[in-house]
Write a protein that binds this ligand. Sequence first.
Ligand code: SF4
Ligand code: SF4
Ligand code: SF4
Length: 193
Amino acid sequence: MQNNLKEKINSILPQTQCGKCEFSGCEPYAEAISEGKADINQCPPGGKSGILKIAKLLKVDYKPLNERYGIEKPKEIAIIEEDKCIGCTLCILACPVDAILGASKNMHTVITEECTGCELCIAPCPVDCIKMIPLDFEDDEITKRKKSDLARKRYEFKKQRMIRDKNKAKANRVTSEEKKQAIANAMARIKKG
Ligand code: SF4
Ligand code: SF4
Ligand code: SF4
């Protein structure tokens, strides 16, 4: 039941995955609301219309966005000044929805259609070559929903990939420890004659 409510709240949230609500993404914030551990007015990208929808779902009073978490503003997307980019890949690591293309030591570029405007790539860039620019058009409600669904899928995919990579690294570490042990055992055997 609780899970069902979390899902319903998460499907209202914009899936920008920016962390401005002070949770690590939209889903943990949805979970906290469903458990009564967070207020309904902490998501700046969702803004007034998002708060209204959550209030309606939970049958509670609307309350304005708590500006401690940020202000509502028109959607922006990131662009990279490619001539300044040193190809360090830090922005790729930071992007929650894999909207940046590039490889080590090569210039990077943002896939405009997939950028949620979360701003998480700005701070890690060591040469300040990522800027946010406002979108010069506004999506209709259906397009917004489609983009949110896509962002959610890309975010979940990235989360799974990070877990897989971590497990792989762990597995590799075990293998190298095992190798060291095997060498030590062999050396001991040789010494023993
Ligand atoms: S869009 Fe950002 S602030 Fe809103 S719920 Fe998702 S992570 Fe939190
Ligand atoms: S490119 Fe930057 S602003 Fe756009 S989604 Fe990725 S991290 Fe967020
Ligand atoms: S963080 Fe900045 S310099 Fe590094 S790859 Fe991304 S855009 Fe280029």
